[in-house]
Ligand binder design. Structure first.
Ligand code: PLP
Length: 407
């Protein structure tokens, strides 16, 4: 059966060129880049080249790129490293829709006595800049706001945020794991202090990430050990993965135009046709300020998990905006923060495309999904009640009403 992979915000295919580039570092070129001999030195040259390539993608200086093991490590290193550098400041600001790699660090900090401000978003998933400005104070050690949301693709105004924090002399970190490689990010134009990225979201393998640290930013190492990474992160370098990330960054520079042209057009057609063909469907998040590859669509009165299972049977891979925990389907924190009604949040599906997707992939989903939704609705008590014009009270009493959403 053909696989239609539309879950690229979860992870991407490793590009064949990337696999090819990393292979020699598993076999002949296995030296340690820190070694004094030329066998290791040859490997160090490739690490250097990879650093240059990642820097080029961000228009940064290679010395500003720190290789890490993943996006989660980059986020943790940025936040914990900065807070350690400013031990007297006890206030941390983030948004309510951050990825758990930031959100749960914030919650952990709150449990350790930090004052943590979680900024809300509007119904379109956008931040209120006035609320943000008011949250900054003299005790603020760090602001961490994502560049693009992983569920909705909504973009945050990180250039403006960076200018506002800079005016106040407050460090600013941005989790750009979903943005890097999809939209241009120029560190000469965006005065952010730190920015996280992850290889497996841009066609490099899993287990490699990077953190951009602007020259002059105070940073205390998160992984304490050897002198690798200019003393900013201990641990022998993951050379094959670093080389892979360098190659993926180089490819991303070439693919950026296609991502914002062909991929965006594919995404737009998919979204337009699904919204047109399926009654009671709606897009989550701002239409304009969005990554080119992502759409989050809610199909009212159906459960996302049922949709995923039935799409899976047709070879379609996507994600839902809810997680099955303790028997009840909890809508994601992102959709809850946006105030998406529970009847819609439960049936939300994220489709995320990449340069490997084709017109045929989109045709397949457009053909298969409408009858799937209809079949689920035919057996859904939610849908029957809705069609009969009845209130949902009986079904909501089962716990879903907790979220305060009504329809
Ligand atoms: N931040 C965002 C916005 C993400 O989407 C992800 C991955 O889903 C991460 C951080 C974590 O990246 P990694 O899987 O490399 O740890």
């Amino acid at each position: 059966m053909r696989t239609v992979y539309l879950d690229n915000n979860a992870t991407t295919r490793t590009a064949p060129e990337v696999v090819e580039a990393m292979l020699p570092f598993f076999s002949d070129s296995y030296g340690n880049p820190s070694s004094m001999h030329s066998f290791g030195g040859k490997v160090a040259r490739h690490v250097r080249e990879a650093r240059e390539r990642v820097a080029a993608l961000l228009n940064a200086d290679p010395a500003e790129i720190l290789f890490t093991s993943c996006g989660t490590e980059s986020d943790n290193a940025a936040i914990m490293g900065t807070l350690q550098s400013y031990p007297d400041k006890r206030h941390f600001i983030m948004s309510r829709v951050e990825h758990p790699a930031v959100l749960n660090v914030g919650h952990h900090l709150r449990a350790r006595g930090y004052r943590v401000t979680e900024l809300g978003v509007d119904g379109e998933g956008r931040l209120d800049l006035e609320e943000f400005r008011n949250a900054l104070d003299d005790d603020t050690a760090l602001v961490s706001i994502m560049a693009a949301n992983n569920e909705t693709g909504v973009l945050f105004p990180i250039e403006t945020i960076a200018r506002l924090t800079r005016e106040r002399g407050i460090p600013f970190h941005s989790d750009a794991v979903q943005a890097v490689g999809k939209i241009p990010l120029d560190m000469k134009k965006i005065p952010v202090d730190m920015l996280s990225l992850s290889g497996h979201k841009l066609h490099a393998p899993k287990g490699i990430g990077a953190l951009y640290i602007r020259k002059g930013t105070r940073f205390t190492p998160f992984l304490v050990g050897g002198h690798q990474e200019a003393g900013k992160r201990g641990g022998t370098e993951n050379v094959p993965a670093i080389v892979a990330l360098g190659k993926a960054a180089e490819l991303a520079l070439h693919h950026m135009g296609e991502e914002n042209g062909r991929v965006r057009a594919l995404r737009d057609r998919l979204e337009r046709e699904l919204l047109r063909r399926i009654p009671n469907s709606l897009r989550n998040g701002s239409e304009q300020e969005r990554l080119p590859n992502t759409t989050s669509i809610s199909f009212e009165y159906v459960e996302g998990e049922s949709i995923l299972l039935m799409m899976d049977a047709e070879g379609i891979c996507a994600s839902s905006g809810s997680a099955c925990t303790s028997g009840s389907l909890e809508p994601s924190h992102v959709l809850r923060a946006m105030g998406v009604p529970f009847t819609a949040a439960h049936g939300s599906i994220r489709f995320s495309l990449s340069v490997y997707n084709t017109d045929e992939d989109v045709d397949h989903v457009i053909a298969k999904l409408p009858p799937i939704i209809q079949r689920i609705r035919d057996i859904s008590p939610f849908w029957k009640d809705y069609k009969a014009g009845k209130p949902l009270s009986a079904l909501l009493a089962g716990g879903a009403g907790d979220h305060g959403h009504s329809h």
